[in-house]
Ligand binder design. Structure first.
Ligand code: SF4
Length: 903
């Protein structure tokens, strides 16, 4: 976090990462960067930012940006072209393919990182004018099951509550959500409620994450059994006089069938315990809390959504809230935590293949309504292909042209190697991006188009609570980068649809989007922002964060839905859903005896194209890893800090091993972030089975059968360089952002001569070397103007190397003679111990520093905070501080700890 200079012009904008949607104050520094602070007036965060948001200023450089339109030439290389040439080529190729193969032979794959206005134009072009609904988005991988669950129960994709409910609830139930890491600012809000009002927190997750505090009730259920738990809860509520019969009778239908099915799945506390693998006492304690405390908010995220039965899991939760009438009232309700910054905005415009626009679907009256509003010549009349189906259709050759906008499906889709191979078959493959290289572009893109990045973009995003906020530009666009809505509109014009795409600003598009939301609505649809349809350009510029709906003529905001019914099915009733018996799609076997759960780490976002640029964020968990229970580790013969090969029926990876009691027996956990740009052999998406939920199409990212075997390396070390390098092919490497350059953590089995040969061309005239052949140690550094230009440290795995100390010397300018002498010892030049791996990313406080403070008497997280500031900003590291105080394990593998300790 950087202090804001009051003399510089500050822009209010919105964080581009998670669905919390925090307000950000950005003050440009005049040389391409900006000071960043939380916006104290934004109702989502009231000034707080998490480690990722705080580090936004470190991610604004041009080093990795795509600056110009590029076309693939006949020889297979990419060449810079004018915008006109790139747009003409794109439009000509789309036109030719549509003419020959029809509109369903083309597709757009969009992103929850796009602004609502970008999404709107993409959706309108494909569904209204090209005539296909093959528009899907990475939000399919994020919250599609919540959308499907909402629509089944409420008749619309409505989030009934708002963030204030988290302040007012007496019981907060988190299901499949590591909110401490993935929605940190909201999690701090829940903790504040716990502290001030004594709210209880229940965490339901197969994995004991940092969201679990000692005084919370943790239910570490078996994977895939959430539906059984909430079926058991529904049965318990019915058997213990906890139903709201008046609400059920007045506002719902289908209760008896849903209850009968729930009783069949888990009709008692004992049956629930058996089905979920939980202790009966824990199940009973949860059920008792839920029954006793009327103000309950149940929050759910990817652990619920990313499942082949995700929609049923959502509906099992919604059933319990509907049955108790705990919905739409202060401090009560189900709450879907959206992963992405604008997944909600995408849903508003119809960015998913099974939506049309403005919360309308593909019924004949809705198709006709949207057609008339858009004056659309050729509107799609049926749903398109959802993400996984879309890439399967590409693999079969049925989709021949694809435009990927602002996302990296070659990394994030399940069975990601197959998805990447499919893209190579496309006749036309267009990518709009703001980075110069990623796994998707490198899968054979024919056209790459430079798009505005955060800081340049201007438009709106909607967060998890339906709050629309402005993302505002505060930097000049990089190179020739353009807004996504402009790029799409230019292609639309070239396809002959100019009249429908004559936008001159994001405000133009927003007004049209708002008008459509109100068009022939009359209260029949939840999404209505007609009150903003006539907003002026100035009004759009200054628009304050606001919750929808904002109906024309209304003056009072409507923070909640459904307290008094008023659902969006034709009969205005909610539906209870009789959910299916929980079952995972694939069985474990002798060959694949464990299940792979995937997720995120605290300080990285998606495929690291932005967070991967921040040296601070790279220090908490710098390497791709797999977490495994000690029992399974012993069975597999893998050790903490060693490496292991993971293999599924779809792909394989080599990852660092973290042995942890926090991991459930029988399950592995691996983060999704690393890819071919940031690590070798660490594409975790390639391991994930492409099984999808039948209603939402969302893939099962949490339970793929997997095997794990040891993968030994004889040497380890690191490289630091002022510019990116191509490492030897055989080496296992992870790229880590460091101050003024790039670092690589390496493991290898090649002999030292291989590394010597690799390094030779990189060395200049001023070189220092150290070699101990008997121990297999080689260290070398080259200098330019007394500053390290490149250095390599490699030696036996058992050797300790102070990566932190050398990194600190690398970040310095010209080195003193003494510092140069000390460098090759791999120790800090000033003789001080290094700070160790970063625990508090906000203030850059390392593990060793924290342990020293604990040894000196700091006995609580607050005392550490008072002494070192650690944990006093976003609070995400407080659970880790507490574990360090307790002398317990951390997520940092032993070898990584050793890397930080001078030998
Ligand atoms: S919680 Fe963090 S990542 Fe999410 S919006 Fe806020 S600052 Fe950004």
């Amino acid at each position: 976090m950087t202090a804001i200079d009051p003399n510089l012009r500050t822009t209010k904008t919105t964080c581009p990462y998670c669905g919390v949607g925090c307000g950000v104050l950005a003050t440009p520094d005049g040389s391409g960067g900006a000071a960043i602070a939380g916006d104290p007036e934004h109702p989502a965060n009231f000034g707080r930012l998490c480690s990722k948001g705080s580090a936004l200023g470190e991610t604004l450089g041009l080093g990795e940006r795509l600056l110009h339109p590029m076309l693939r030439d006949d020889a297979g290389g990419m060449r810079q072209v004018s915008w006109d040439a790139a747009l003409d080529h794109t439009a000509d190729q789309f036109r030719a393919i549509i003419k020959q193969h029809g509109p369903d032979s083309v597709a757009f794959y969009l992103s929850g990182q796009l602004l609502t206005e970008d999404y709107y134009v993409a959706n309108k072009l494909m569904k209204g004018f090209i005539g296909s609904a093959n528009v899907d988005t990475n939000s399919r991988l994020c919250m599609a099951s919540s959308v499907a669950g909402h629509k089944r129960a409420f008749g619309a994709d409505t989030v009934p509550g708002c963030y204030e409910d988290l302040d007012e609830a007496d019981l907060l139930v988190l299901v499949g959500s590591n909110a401490a890491w993935c929605h940190p600012v909201l999690y701090q809000r829940m903790l504040a409620n716990k502290q001030k009002r004594g709210a209880r927190i229940v965490i339901i997750d197969p994995r004991r994450t940092d969201t679990v505090a000692d005084d919370d009730l943790f239910l570490g259920l078996k994977p895939g059994t959430d539906t059984a738990l909430f079926s058991g809860l529904l049965a318990y509520l019915a058997d213990n006089q906890a139903l709201d019969r008046a609400y059920i009778d007045a506002h719902t239908s289908g209760f008896d069938e849903a209850l009968a099915r729930a009783k069949n799945i888990a009709g008692s506390v004992a049956a629930t315990a058996l089905a979920t693998g939980l202790a009966e006492s824990d199940v009973a304690a949860f059920f008792h809390l839920f029954r006793k405390m009327p103000r309950v908010v149940t929050l759910y995220s990817q652990g619920v959504n990313q499942s082949a039965q995700g929609t049923d899991k959502v509906n099992a939760i919604l059933n319990c809230h509907l049955a108790t009438g705990r919905i739409g009232k202060v401090g009560m309700g189900p709450f879907s935590l959206t992963g992405q910054p604008n997944a909600m905005g995408g849903r508003e415009v119809g960015g998913l293949a099974n939506q049309l626009a403005a919360h309308m679907g593909f019924t004949p009256p809705e198709i006709d309504r949207v057609r008339r509003f858009w004056k659309a010549p050729d509107i799609a009349t049926h749903e398109g292909l959802k993400a996984v189906q879309m890439f399967e259709a590409i693999a079969r050759g049925e989709i021949k042209a694809l435009w990927v906008i602002g996302t990296n499906p070659a990394v994030s889709l399940p069975d990601a190697d197959a998805a990447r191979a499919a893209m190579r078959k496309l006749e036309l493959f267009v990518v709009s991006e703001n980075v110069a290289s990623n796994d998707t572009m490198n899968a054979g893109a024919h056209v790459v188009l430079p798009a505005h990045a955060w800081g340049e973009k201007s438009g709106t995003v909607t967060n998890s609570e339906r709050r629309m906020s402005r993302q505002r530009s505060f930097l000049k666009p990089a190179g020739e980068a353009k807004p996504d809505w402009w790029i799409l509109s230019e292609v639309a014009k070239r396809l002959g649809f100019g009249a429908g795409f004559a936008y001159t600003s994001a405000a133009d598009i927003f007004r049209e989007h708002a008008s459509l939301s109100a068009f022939e609505n009359n209260g029949s649809r939840d999404f209505d922002i007609g009150g903003l349809a006539k907003v002026s350009d100035d009004g759009f510029d200054t628009m304050a964060p606001v919750l929808w709906p904002i109906r024309e003529g209304t003056t009072q905001p409507q923070p909640r839905f459904f307290a008094d019914g008023g659902f969006y099915a034709k009969d205005r009733r909610a539906r209870f859903i009789a959910v299916e018996m929980p079952a995972l799609r694939s069985d474990i076997s002798v060959a694949r005896p464990l299940r792979l759960n995937t997720g995120r780490v605290r300080d990285q976002w998606h495929t690291m194209t932005r967070t991967g640029l921040s040296p601070r964020l790279g220090q908490h968990l710098p390497e791709p890893f797999v977490e495994i229970h000690p029992y399974d580790a012993a069975q597999a013969g893998v050790i903490d800090g060693g490496h292991a090969k993971l293999a599924t029926d779809y792909g394989s990876c080599i990852l660092k091993v973290v042995v942890s009691e926090r991991q459930q027996r029988g399950m592995l956990f691996a983060p999704i972030h690393w890819n071919d740009e940031t690590a070798s052999f660490a594409r975790v998406g390639a391991l994930v089975a492409p099984f999808v939920d039948p209603f939402s199409g969302q893939p099962e990212n949490k339970a793929t059968p997997v095997s794990i075997t040891p993968h030994a390396f004889a040497q380890r070390g690191f490289v630091l360089s002022r510019k990116p390098l191509a490492l030897p092919e055989q080496a296992l490497w992870t790229r880590v952002a460091v101050t003024s350059g790039v670092g690589y953590l390496i493991s290898d089995n090649a002999d030292l001569a291989t590394w010597r040969t690799w390094l030779q061309p990189l060395l200049g005239d001023d070189v220092a070397e150290f070699e101990d052949e008997s121990r297999g140690v080689f260290r070398a550094a080259s200098f330019v103007d007394e500053r390290i230009e490149t250095c390599l440290f490699i030696g036996p795995v058992a050797d300790g190397l102070d990566w932190d100390a050398v990194r600190a010397l690398f970040a310095e300018g010209a080195l003193s003679d003494e510092a140069r002498r000390m460098l090759l010892s791999g120790k800090s030049a000033d003789g001080h111990a290094s700070a160790g791996p970063i625990v508090c990313a906000c203030f850059g406080v390392g593990r060793t520093t924290i342990c020293d403070a604990i040894a000196a008497g700091a006995g609580t997280a607050a005392e550490i905070g008072a002494k070192l500031r650690a944990g006093t900003n976003c609070g995400s590291c407080i659970p880790e501080l507490k574990r360090l105080i307790a002398g317990a394990e951390t997520t940092v593998p032993d070898e990584q700890k050793r890397l930080a300790v001078a030998n």
